[in-house]
Design a protein around this ligand. Sequence first.
Ligand code: NDP
Length: 399
Amino acid sequence: MAKVIIIGAGGVGTVVAHKCAQHPEVFSEIVIASRTLSKCQALADKIGRAGVSADSVDADSVDELVKLFERHKPDMVINVALPYQDLTIMEACLKCGVNYLDTANYEPRDVAHFEYSWQWAYRERFEQAGLTAILGCGFDPGVSGVFTAYAAKHWFSEMETLDIVDCNAGNHGKAFATNFNPEINIREITQNGRYWNEGEWVVTKPLEFHRTLTYPNIGPRESYLLFHEELESLVQNFPTIRRARFWMTFGQEYLTHLHVIQDIGMARIDEIDYNGTKIVPLQFLKAVLPNPQDLGENYHGETSIGCRISGKGKDGKHLTYYIYNNCSHEEAYRETGMQAVSYTTGVPAMVGAMMFLTGKWVKPGVHNVEEFDPDPFLAEVAANGLPWHEIVGGDLETD
Ligand code: NDP
């Protein structure tokens, strides 16, 4: 029996709240907090379970967070606000003795740069305080790291190549929309790509490399090489991996819109002056794009995310292994009112919190998900709406 605060009531926060509420034996009290009390209250009312309440907080302010934590005295905070708030929330956790979990690494507002150094710098302070911080516990990052840890534990004596493959074969019927926060999403995919090869990072131009990969139950889709944050921790935690890459599918129409957005300067993240008002073009664009939370109703098709790994099996022989989950947009929407991208992020965030609160993932310090035992986590992920599958000895299509 524990109390959690969920910070963020967007697409992902909505799924986390619904999923936590399904487990009153673990999450006996749930507080949902974002800047907008009315949204949090509406979500708490929709869930309609005893012990679920709403509050408000500006999570850019450590002082406001401390007051929120002092009011509620939670055991853990599930941070599903934006990556900009990670450090303020971690600071407040240290001040109030609260354990921490998030789904995206810290990003400064003024540079689109993703790396764990800012959050790893908190390791010693969390360790000394006896508090656990679990980083990157969505699907990717999140389940992708746990899948890799599961492969290392049960299948490989030495992993050599890792390709994380992320396909969204859904159709929401809009000409252009992003599946999670548009500002964060566009910052991520317009960056240079990067992958790990023989002990160093190789930088590519944005979306420069692509290839056709075949996804289970979906078929072939053009997949583009991106940098994704879990690569950074996975190559450190599994040092035998000599090549690690991340691939994501995009449709041609999406890419055409993205090019236009960039070419006309709407992806800029610096401030410009518009009639005496300072605006950031990408934030303005976010305000006019469809809200990812509203995409669910007419979303058809499914996502497929997994890890394709090669190396030496437990018997020393060459092994290829693919572990993945497919998630239907329609089913996610029926259960939570959100599409599959929010669903596949929210379920693992709930399960990560459950792992900590039931004593299975307790380790003072700041840790990435692959540092914990993958077995109980993956059992709960499957039991909570995201069943996963394995293909052993198949063609990984990654050479
Ligand atoms: P949304 O934009 O839908 O929601 C963001 C929420 O954060 C809103 O409720 C907003 O509250 C709240 N918020 C923003 N700023 C503040 C602040 N200063 N103080 C308090 N609350 C704030 O985003 P998503 O739900 O799509 O994404 C949430 C997170 O999940 C992001 O960090 C994203 O990167 C991550 N993510 C991770 C994935 C993974 O697989 N690991 C995949 C997809 C997303 P309000 O409306 O009141 O301002």
